[in-house]
Design a protein around this ligand. Sequence first.
Ligand code: CA
Length: 445
Amino acid sequence: MTGLAIMSSRLIQQTTNTIKKMHTNSLRLLAIAFTSFLSVLTVTAEDKPPNIVVIISDDHGFNDYGFMGHPHIKTPHIDKLASESKVFTRGYVSTPLCCPSLTTMLTGLYSYQHGYTGNDPVDGWSKRQKWLAHYKTLPQLPKMLQEKGYLSLHTGKFWQEDPIQVGGFTHSMGKTLRHGSQESLGIGRDGMQPVYDFIDEAQDKEKPFMVWYAPFLPHTPHNPPARLENKYKGIRNGTYFAMVDWLDETCGQLLGYLEDKGLDENTVVLYISDNGWPGPHKVYPSELGMRTPIMIKWPGKVTPNMDVSNVASNIDLAPTILSLAGLQKAAMMQGIDLLDTQAVESRKFVFGDNYHHDMAAADKPEASLRARVAISNQWKLISWQEEQPDLREIPWLTPAPKQRYQLFNLQLDPFEKQNLAEDRPEIVEQIEKTLDAWWVPNSLD
Ligand SMILES: [Ca+2]
């Protein structure tokens, strides 16, 4: 090879290397640009968490739905929601009464933690300030969601006077008293316009939203519209069935509005009841008092299925919603994210604490305590207090049984007919230890 040829060859090689290097750099730059683009997309997705709609039925038996097999009650809209949701048919509330149950959902805390063990202070409604003062120190779901830019609307029931100032919501239907206010308790019964207006406002402001739909349905007063009353005429408990039907209609209106606005894809709908029905089971730790289906619908993200094995609880509502919003639960919260399959399957028990209707002291939950409850896939132990609280007699409050312990095999005996506590003392002892480890009241002092 001549010198010129060698020089030409080197030049070609250098030029080729330069082109390769340029090409590599271009690819690298392109890759960096693409990665940046993806991270922008990720940030954008994280910045826009899903909307959340929480539907909380009130005084509603766990079997009183079409999809749960009720022979009379028609609930086509809730049935459709169930068919599109992950459904825990073995859902429970920890305390089967309006105020404590709702307070658990709003704080992610058990009654022995948040202090609202019943509906009313034993000295009367006017003595509620100590409970309110404690509530203000607690983690509150709507307030925590504000960190992610959520607007939140409270409707229906609320026991802490002001859903905005005390409860951390951004929007409400005004201040409340027992149960709620006349205006807030009209939600559903008088229509859904406040919910529609709020959703429109959140859309205009391009903010994620949470709708807290906690209507006074099917709770008393049992005064359904005549068209629904007539539907169940002549059937025992027909008026209550009509009230459930009324609740279902309003759920249909709410879910229909989301669809009409094209929001159903990016909205997670959660469903639960605050306690069961009928009357003798209210404030009572029976399955008819504590159990409720719990549902989570998120199209394309949560695969619909009917989980009839794993137990779930209203203690899980706040942690699940916080996780959906990309937030950590507060350290005090003992519930789990119900969309975390491993957490759901590895948890053995859900717990309940059952109290008198009246609250003796905000800082001494044991003063109103009637029983503690642990429920697993198979077993349910109700551990009654040796001494029942000596508080105001309430005619409809079902008294504690004579037995100290009630143990039921729920797989064989779902309506708790046969107490196995005397036959299986070793299981009673074992679950009682679990209860002792769980139930550790915090002092407010
Ligand atoms: Ca209730």
